[in-house]
Design a protein around this ligand. Structure first.
Ligand code: FRU
Length: 764
C-alpha cells in the first residue's frame, strides 16, 4: 500500500493547492492562506484562498475556504496576495483575476488584473472587497499581467510590490507607496535586462539588515546548474536600488512562488509552494483527488560570508522522537517522517532506494532512479555547493527537503515511494524519527507566588516590601522548556483566589499548557516569602497550611492528562503527608507505563517538613522511580549519607537511576550514568539573581534531551561527549538566567539563546 498523504506539510484534503498567501502572525496565531482549487486536483475550477492556522508552525488546523471568486472583479480567480497586520486589524491584499470571454491573447488584451484590499479582525471573515488598482492604473509599459501584491508598512508608509510583464514580454516589478492601504501611487520599477518574460510573486524583504527582492521569474533559459525547472524562483540582493546577482531559493524539482513574513521574535520565515505549474513530470496523487503541498517553514539568515541561508524553523527539533547513529555503509529503514544529519567533508553519496544524493567536484546532484519510478518523470537536479560541511535532510511521506552547508543551498522534491525507504550513506549519519506533534514535558507539583523582597542582604524582619512573582519549581521547569520552544504542561491545583488567577494567567503567558490546572475553594493558593540574608542564604517562609496544590488528589489524575508525554518532572516539596503525594504516585506510575522519562529534582526545603527524617523518607521513597535525578552537593550527602561523590552516585545508580545530574553551582555540572560521565566546568558570569536557576538548568537539560530524540532507553547509553554537550547547554542556559531577575522571566527564549551561543547552527 502506498500512503502519500503528508504528515507535516500543509496540503489539501482534496483538490489542488498552489502558492502560499497572506503569511502572517496575527492575534496569537500563525496564518497561512493558500491558492486553492477545491474542485479539481488538476487546478481547474474555482480559484480560492484556503486557510490554515497554528500556534507553533508545526501543527496546522484547516479552517476552510475563506475567499472565493464572488465579485465581478475577481470572477476568474482570487489570485495570490499577502497580509499585513496594522492597528489590530489584518489587511489582506490580492489580485482579482478576470478573463473576459472572447478571442483574446490574454496577455495584452482580454484580461483584467485588479488589486483588491480586504480588512478582517478574525483572519477568517474576509468580506468587503475593495478594488484599489485596475489595469488603467498601471504604467503604460505593462501588459495585462500584473499581480501578486506583497505589501508592508515601513516608517508609517504603505509599500507594495507587484509582479508584472511588459507589453513586449519582459518581466518586471512595480513598486508603489501610499499613505493609507487604499491609495497606492506608482513610484518606480525594478528590472534587469533579459531576465524572463514575466515576474510573479515578488517579495521585498530584509534579513539581518540586508535587503533582497525575491521573485518567481518565468522564461529564464535552463542551464546545467541553474534554473533547471520550467519556471524559476529566487532572489536578487539589493544594493541601494540596484539588483545584484540572482540566486535560486531552491535547486530541487518542486519549488515556486515562496513568500516571507516576520515572526513575533523577529525571524524572517519563508514558505514556498512545493510544486510548479506546467511541469514536465507528474504527481500520482492527482488520480487520488489531491495535488501539491507547501514547504516546511524555513527561517532566513545570513552566514558569515553574508550569503542568504534557509533552514527549517528551529521549532522543528521538538518533533524529534528517536535518534539513531548510522555508521557509514550501514542500511536503515526510515520512518515516514525522518530527519537525517550528515557532518562530513568526505560525503559522496547517500542512497534512499528510489533516489540518491551525490556529491562530486563541489556539485550536489539529486538523482532519481528511472526503474524505481518514484520520481514520476523527475530525473536529475544539480547545484553548486563547494565543499560539503553539513547536510540536513527532512523526509515526509512523499517529499524530501535537503539543506546543504548551513542552508546555503537547498533542494526540495516530491517523490512517491511504493515501498519502505532504506537509507544508506558513505558517511556516518544521525537519523531522527519525527513525531507529528511535539512531545510534552509534564511537571506535577506546586505553582505558587514567590514574594521577592525589595532589599537583599538583610534579615527577614528588615524587609519592608515584597513583590509577587510566579514561582514553584515545577512551574519554572515548565517555563524553561516552553521558552526553548518546547511544549510543557503543569499538573497542579490553585485556590479560587486572586493569586490563583494571577498564576494561571502568568503560566498561560509563559506558554505553559494550563488545561490540567484545577481550582479549589478548600484552601488558598500557596505563597512563599523569600529573603536573602547577608551571608547569601535564602530563607523561605511558606504559607501552605494547607495550600490548594497540596490537596490535589490521586482521583483527580487521569490518563488523558498525560497524552503526548515525553517526561514527567517532579520535586519533593509536594511529597509531604497530604493528598498530592498520592497524586504524584499515580502520575508517575501512568507516565512510566507510557515509557516516559521520570525526572526528579528533590530541591530540598527542610522548612516545609515536620522533621528531616520525614523529608528523607519521602525523598528516598521516590528516588528509585527516577530515571533522571538532579542533585546538588548537600542533597547528595543528605540522601545517601555519603560524602564521596562517586560512592554516592554508585548507590543511586544501583537503585535504578539512569542519569545523575550533579550540579555544582558556579562550577558547572557533571552528568553521570553507569557507564560514563561528562561534565562542564561552568560559565563565568556576573550573577544578579539566582532565583529559579536550578529549575532553568533542569528545564533546559530536559529540552536538550527531548530535542535530541533521546528517550528513556537511551539515557544509560549516552556517550561522554553527548553528556558534556548536554551539561554545557544547560549550564549556559542557566548562566544567562542568573544575569537577569526573576525565574521564568529570566530564562532566554530559544532564539535569544541561539544568538548568544549557537549562532548559525542548530542548537541540538
Ligand atoms: C504563481 C501564480 C501567481 C498567481 C497564482 C494563481 O504560481 O501564477 O502569479 O497569482 O499563481 O493561482
Amino acid at each position: 500500500m502506498t500512503d502519500w498523504k503528508q504528515k507535516l506539510h500543509i496540503e489539501p484534503l482534496n483538490g489542488w493547492l498552489n502558492d502560499p498567501n497572506g503569511l502572517c502572525y496575527y492575534s496569537g496565531k500563525f496564518h497561512v492562506y493558500f491558492q486553492y482549487s477545491p474542485d479539481s486536483a488538476e487546478g481547474s475550477g474555482r480559484k480560492c484562498w484556503g486557510h490554515m492556522e497554528s500556534t507553533d508552525m508545526l501543527t496546522w488546523e484547516y479552517t476552510g475556504i475563506v475567499m472565493e471568486p464572488d465579485i465581478p472583479e475577481d470572477r476568474s480567480g482570487v489570485y495570490s496576495g499577502c497580509a499585513v497586520v496594522d492597528d489590530g486589524k489584518l489587511h489582506i491584499f490580492y489580485t482579482g483575476n478576470v478573463k473576459l470571454p472572447g478571442d483574446y491573447d490574454y496577455i495584452n488584451e482580454g484580461r483584467e488584473a485588479n488589486q483588491i484590499h480586504v480588512v478582517t479582525d478574525d483572519a477568517r471573515t474576509l468580506t468587503g472587497k475593495k478594488i484599489i488598482l485596475k489595469n488603467a492604473d498601471y504604467p503604460d509599459c505593462c501588459s495585462c499581467h500584473v499581480r501578486d501584491p506583497k505589501v508592508w508598512k515601513e516608517d508609517g508608509i504603505w509599500k507594495m510590490v507587484l509582479g508584472a510583464r511588459t507589453k513586449d514580454s519582459k518581466g518586471l516589478v512595480l513598486y508603489y507607496e501610499g499613505t493609507d492601504p487604499d491609495s497606492f501611487s506608482f513610484v518606480k520599477t525594478y528590472q534587469v535586462p533579459d531576465f524572463g518574460y514575466m515576474w510573479e510573486c515578488p517579495d521585498l524583504f530584509d534579513v539581518d539588515g540586508q535587503r533582497f527582492l525575491g521573485l518567481s521569474p518565468q522564461g529564464l533559459p535552463h542551464e546545467e546548474l541553474k534554473n533547471q525547472n520550467v519556471y524559476s524562483s529566487g532572489y536578487f540582493r539589493l544594493n541601494e536600488d540596484r539588483l545584484e546577482e540572482f540566486n535560486e531559493f531552491d535547486h530541487g524539482f518542486d519549488f515556486y512562488a515562496p513568500q516571507t513574513f516576520v515572526a513575533p521574535d523577529g525571524r524572517r520565515i519563508l514558505i514556498g509552494w512545493m510544486g510548479i505549474g506546467d511541469i514536465p513530470y507528474s504527481n500520482p496523487t492527482t488520480e487520488l483527488g489531491w495535488q501539491h503541498c507547501l514547504t516546511l517553514p524555513r527561517q532566513l539568515s545570513l552566514n558569515d560570508d553574508g550569503a542568504l541561508c534557509q533552514n527549517p524553523i528551529d521549532e522543528l527539533v521538538n518533533l524529534r522522537a528517536s535518534r539513531k547513529l548510522v555508521k557509514a555503509g550501514d542500511s536503515i529503514e526510515l520512518e515516514a517522517l525522518s530527519e537525517i544529519i550528515i557532518r562530513s567533508s568526505e560525503f559522496k553519496e547517500a542512497d534512499f532506494g528510489g533516489f540518491r544524493l551525490i556529491v562530486e567536484d563541489g556539485i550536489c546532484s539529486l538523482v532519481f532512479d528511472e526503474d524505481k519510478g518514484w520520481g514520476f518523470g523527475r530525473d536529475i537536479r544539480r547545484a553548486k555547493t563547494g565543499d560539503i560541511k553539513d547536510i540536513r535532510i527532512l523526509l515526509d511521506t512523499s517529499s524530501v527537503e535537503i539543506y546543504i552547508n548551513g542552508g546555503r543551498v537547498v533542494m526540495s522534491s516530491r517523490f512517491y515511494p511504493d515501498s519502505d525507504i532504506v537509507f544508506k550513506a558513505d558517511s556516518d549519519a544521525t537519523v531522527y524519527g519525527l513525531s507529528q506533534k511535539p512531545r510534552k514535558l509534564i511537571a506535577i507539583g506546586e505553582a505558587l507566588i514567590d514574594f521577592i523582597p525589595d532589599k537583599t542582604g538583610c534579615d527577614f524582619h528588615e524587609v519592608t516590601a515584597f513583590s509577587p512573582k510566579l514561582g514553584g519549581a515545577p512551574a519554572n521547569v515548565c517555563g524553561a522548556f516552553a521558552k526553548l520552544s518546547g511544549k510543557s504542561k503543569i499538573l497542579t491545583m490553585l485556590g479560587q483566589d486572586p493569586f490563583g488567577d494571577r498564576i494561571l494567567k502568568e503560566l498561560d503567558e509563559a506558554g505553559i499548557d494550563t488545561s490540567c490546572v484545577l481550582r479549589t475553594d478548600e484552601a488558598n493558593t500557596a505563597l512563599a516569602f523569600v529573603s536573602l540574608a547577608k551571608d547569601g542564604n535564602r530563607t523561605f517562609s511558606f504559607y501552605r497550611n494547607p495550600s490548594a496544590d497540596m490537596l490535589l488528589n490521586e482521583y483527580q489524575i487521569y490518563e488523558r492528562m498525560l497524552d503526548d508525554i515525553y517526561a514527567l518532572h517532579f520535586c519533593s516539596v509536594s511529597l509531604g503527608d497530604f493528598p498530592m503525594r498520592k497524586a504524584h504516585r499515580k502520575a508517575i506510575d501512568m507516565a512510566r507505563a507510557r515509557g516516559a522519562i521520570i525526572s526528579f529534582d528533590p530541591n530540598l526545603r527542610p522548612a516545609l517538613w515536620k522533621s528531616t527524617e520525614a523529608m528523607k523518607e519521602a525523598v528516598s521513597e521516590f528516588v528509585p522511580v527516577a530515571d533522571i535525578l538532579k542533585i546538588s552537593d548537600e542533597e547528595l550527602e543528605f540522601i545517601t549519607g555519603q560524602t564521596d561523590i562517586d560512592e554516592a552516585c554508585k548507590e543511586l545508580l544501583a537503585v535504578g537511576v539512569k542519569l545523575i545530574v550533579y550540579t555544582r553551582g558556579k562550577n558547572g555540572a557533571k552528568l553521570i550514568t553507569r557507564k560514563t560521565s561528562g561534565e562542564d566546568p561552568g560559565v563565568e558570569v556576573q550573577a544578579v539573581d539566582t532565583t529559579g536557576a536550578g529549575d532553568g538548568f533542569i528545564g533546559a537539560l530536559l529540552w536538550y534531551l527531548a530535542s535530541s530524540g533521546i528517550n528513556k532507553t537511551d539515557l544509560a547509553e549516552l556517550t561522554s561527549d553527548m553528556l558534556s554537550e548536554a551539561a554545557l547547554f544547560a549550564d549556559r542556559y542557566c548562566s544567562v538566567s542568573i544575569t537577569r531577575t526573576g525565574a521564568i522571566p529570566s530564562y532566554p527564549t530559544l532564539q535569544e539563546f541561539k544568538n548568544l551561543y549557537y549562532k548559525g547552527g542548530t542548537v541540538t
